[in-house]
Design a protein around this ligand. Sequence first.
Ligand code: PMP
Ligand code: GLU
Length: 395
Amino acid sequence: MQQRLSDRVTQMATSATLAMAAKARELRESGKDIIGLSLGEPDFTVPEFVKDAAIQAVKDDYHSYTPVDGYGDLKQAIITKFERDNGLHYNPAQIVVSTGAKQSLSNLAMVLLNPGDEVLLPAPYWVSYSDISKLAGGVPVVIPSSIETDFKVTPEALEAAITPKTRMMIYSSPCNPSGSVYSKEELRALADVLAKYPEIIVVSDEIYEHINFVDQHASMASFDDMYDRTVVVNGVSKAFSMTGWRIGYIGAPEWIARACNKMQGQVTSGANCIAQRATIDALNNNPEKIKYMIDAFKERRQLVLELVNDIPGFKANEPEGAFYVFPDISAYFGKTLNGKTIENATDFSLFLLEEANVATVTGVAFGDPNCIRISYAASEQDIREALRRIKEAVS
Ligand code: PMP
Ligand code: GLU
């Protein structure tokens, strides 16, 4: 039998973050002592009060299909969260709960893009934005940045990338992979450019909102002139260490939320009922309750920065949020070891896997071929040992 797959999936790239994590797992199972700094997955357990809420939901017999766009009281908790943390006002028809922020993003691409529509991706961008856009027929247009601008794009670069086909812009702040946080003023400067192009919808991925070391989270949706064309994406994976529980959500203009609801109704129905019940408790609680995790990430950031900056040829910016550093390692391009030449960041990341037994992710997957991503959502002991090995390997 001919094993014929669709062009759609054949042309799609495998998620580089998940692929590297799988490779590391495989090598570990074969007996190698691999330290995984590839996956952006908090190493904390789920807070007790969230676990208790899930257990209670099981005991209370929650088991049925939920409304496609989420339980009414969860939507209310999300509305309260948006008011409390972001000063954003939504009504229930503007909220859609999904199976992870990944599905929220995929819904948006599917309902907003027609074939050929261009999607602006300020680089470095989160790996899946590009393939999710392509899957929906969109054409990613990368807006370059560099370590010199703290990995943030300038209004001039944004304007230069806009064409009559531009339909959407997707970015994350705090940014995965650079950890950069756009200030309100920087977002306003980008909004001033977008004001001239009302057909562009902005997708503001704020999933790292709470993992912010400068306490200055700003949202594009908070500008009156952008509110009606901005979709805020958020979720509980990162702040509550609930990656496997799969709950994400959006606050959106009503017409977009309605379309996402319709799309999801044909694809997955509502998200997992127990995880939705637990998310109500996660969101209704004061963010102070998860501060211990943020404080730990802040300490690890300091540690990882010190160790990274101590490695010759590594050039890192100071991340203001999320749990990644994104050093420029291009100083190693052209160097040869055992007959193998490092031509790019992918080669370098593979070199680290083979020679240092440390898993990282190539910057190529994030639209920056000079860098690698190191996740410090790992224990202090692993961070110290991994960077010691990296330093030794490159020497
Ligand atoms: N956006 C960004 C920037 C992310 O890093 C992730 C991590 N997986 C997601 C979205 C998706 O999160 P979720 O686990 O909610 O699907
Ligand atoms: N967002 C995480 C990362 O970038 C998890 C992996 C994924 O969902 O792709 O590593």
